[in-house]
Design a protein around this ligand. Sequence first.
Ligand SMILES: Nc1ncnc2c1ncn2[C@@H]1O[C@H](COP(=O)(O)OP(=O)(O)OP(=O)(O)O)[C@@H](O)[C@H]1O
Ligand SMILES: [Mg+2]
Length: 506
Amino acid sequence: MKIATEKVTKRFGDLVANDEVSIEFGAGAIHALLGENGAGKSTYMAMLYGMLEPDEGTILFDGKPVELSGPPDAMAAGIGMVFQHFMLVGPFTVAQNVLLGLEPAELTGVDEEAMNARVAELADRYGIQIDPRARVDELSVGLQQRVEILKALARDVRVLILDEPTSVLGPEDAQALFVVMRKLAAEGKTILFVTHRLNEVRQVASTVTVMRHGRVVGTCDPSADRDEIVALMLGESKPLSLTYAPPPRRGKTEVLRIRDLHAAATLGSGLRGLELSVRPGEIVGVAGVEGNGQRELLRSLIGLTRPEHGTISIDGHDVTDAPPAERTRLGLGFIADDRHGLGMIGGLSVSENLILTRQRRFTKHGLLDFKSIDSDVAARIREFDVRLSSPQQLIGRLSGGNQQKVVIARELARELKILVAAQPTRGVDAGAAHNIHSQIVALRDRGVGVLLLSAELDEVLSLSDRVVVLAGGVAAPAAARPWDRQAIGAAMSHEHPEAVRGSHDG
Ligand SMILES: Nc1ncnc2c1ncn2[C@@H]1O[C@H](COP(=O)(O)OP(=O)(O)OP(=O)(O)O)[C@@H](O)[C@H]1O
Ligand SMILES: [Mg+2]
């Protein structure tokens, strides 16, 4: 199916989120939509899926103007969409989720076996690896995404819209997704997807459209020069590479010390005797594939999970059983990999989110000092280039990448001893990622310890002073710089990472 828009405009109050956007998507195309955070990508896709109504302009399916009064209209026309936030029913199986809401006639007698077989067949056809019998809440994010895609395919979509599908995936899951995308395109389906990673565009896209400030600024070949695409996105060319420089000073006393930590698995291996430490003024990178203890490590560090065994101390204080607030008071900063669950409060304004956990600093004689709050908030917004209409705007109304910038701006504003940063640049554009990286390095140079977890090996290797590989619930130190990528990659794919014993941890 051919799908197109002609001069589509969408406003939110005074803000023009989409300004006369005209794009055509051919059948069988894998069409990437690029642009800075807040450029209007999600807004555009939401209109194609009938979730938002254009103020002006026309949406055309196969050349005919259509009016979509909601997602059911879009689905009926053969459009499917996978959001970043999955809409799955946790306690149900994969097959139940995939077939949920389809014609009751098709679920004759709710025959489990028939349902499983049908979903297995569908998955097979597109080379999607999944167990139809598995319970969805026991699956990793990557597998849950496959369920969402199967849901769309079971409805026989002809156009599949994916909003930042890879930002929640590790490299292996991303590659598996590309294989599926290519298969779908080869069948003549149209795929529209957003990404902030330019290498992915080159790998999988057949066409690229770049948006800036709500407008289309160009369409180009995916093989175009990286700098050229970035310049198009930003409207200027900025150098975006960070050269590694060793820390000016590295303290001796550990700001974070983890000894023999065991935690029950919520996904994958859990923790099985993790040893890890971070000193002031160093960035320790944790490389590894999701499901090897990452989730349990983060939850134990912030105090959401009580470990079965072992100790955690922050700046010399044992916090193994301490509540989250106590850890914050001792100087723990935390950038969550799931900003919606842990990082922000969607129903509060940007300004309120920026001072969360820092209120004490703005209290004078027992009252909040709004003047100093306003000036602090303005400074934070400037420093992290958060795009918004007003600091009083609800954070939930910001674009995804701009929400992430707010969470980071708040955490880095506190007096920290140790920053735990999980996927800090998830969903932010290239310019913002560069800014966040520079800020993390600046923090390190001021003597703060940083524990960096990222599914992107490049991010870990470019920023870290030391790297450990988390595999099977234990950490193995990688040898010193220059990193041996192959050895690190091999350790990541093994249950027992003894293979890369190099320098000593701690
Ligand atoms: N419901 C809403 N109310 C008010 N403003 C909104 C709403 N939804 C989006 N916006 C604004 O519209 C602009 C475009 O947002 P959109 O989410 O489309 O950006 P995006 O290109 O998807 O960015 P990102 O890469 O960060 O996801 C932003 O300035 C955003 O704050
Ligand atoms: Mg978006």
